[in-house]
Design a protein around this ligand. Sequence first.
Ligand SMILES: Nc1ncnc2c1ncn2[C@@H]1O[C@H](COP(=O)(O)OP(=O)(O)OP(=O)(O)O)[C@@H](O)[C@H]1O
Ligand SMILES: [Mg+2]
Length: 256
Amino acid sequence: MEQQPIISIRDVSMRFNLAKEKHESLKEYFIALTHGGVRFDEFFALKNVTLDIMPGDFYGLIGLNGSGKSTLLKIISGVYKPSAGQVTVRGTIAPLIELGAGFDMDLTARENIYLNGTVLGYTPKYIDSKFDEIVEFSELREFLDVPLKNYSSGMVARLAFAVATITKPDILIADEILSVGDFLFQQKCEKRMAELMSGGTTVILVSHSIEQIERMCNKVAWLDHGRLRRNGEAAPITAEYRRFQKEEPPQDAPQA
Ligand SMILES: Nc1ncnc2c1ncn2[C@@H]1O[C@H](COP(=O)(O)OP(=O)(O)OP(=O)(O)O)[C@@H](O)[C@H]1O
Ligand SMILES: [Mg+2]
């Protein structure tokens, strides 16, 4: 029997409306609206993206700032509904998309482990049984009763990664949040991701470190202005991306 994709993205577009003019008040805005005077710039963060991700793939998602990577991850994890197209996901997702999403910054790490665990669908009893493992992995035992607002971004990332990977999700999505961790923690995360993958978890990783993508991923999708520019085996695509990075002139270079 042919294997089914665990994530199937079919002709997905995502349109954001950017209001063109500033209206002084809500009243003015509605007057303009009834007179057809509000103009929106239609902006496509994603345009006709089609991509199949197979079970056990370790996918790297690359592209310049603003190319649509985070938008695509948010659509896959159900945060956004695409403006057009379909996404089918066959499995549980542990999304690590925005730093601190699923956390309450006023609560302590201890409280947040329970809060975030519940958001990810774990029972309190299950979290009890995994609590020490989470704390050990995040190396934050001394800071357990400190509110998260007093944590550094790397510490928040440690906690988020430890909670999200304590069970084996079918799909792990990590959007750059690992990049705020120090190199020791990054090594630890890479090791945990490799373990999850050998246990069958599908991973999608966004990273601006092409070395990390080459080290970890077997497949790569390259987004360019919201369109899928390349998709497939990692090595040839990362090689092409490296050449592209060399050719791309610095954005503030004086025009010839
Ligand atoms: N909620 C939103 N409303 C309007 N525009 C948005 C919204 N979210 C994203 N965009 C726009 O969509 C485009 C793609 O953004 P996205 O965050 O997906 O890029 P990215 O590839 O993740 O970039 P980066 O490498 O900087 O993280 C950007 O131009 C961004 O301004
Ligand atoms: Mg992003």
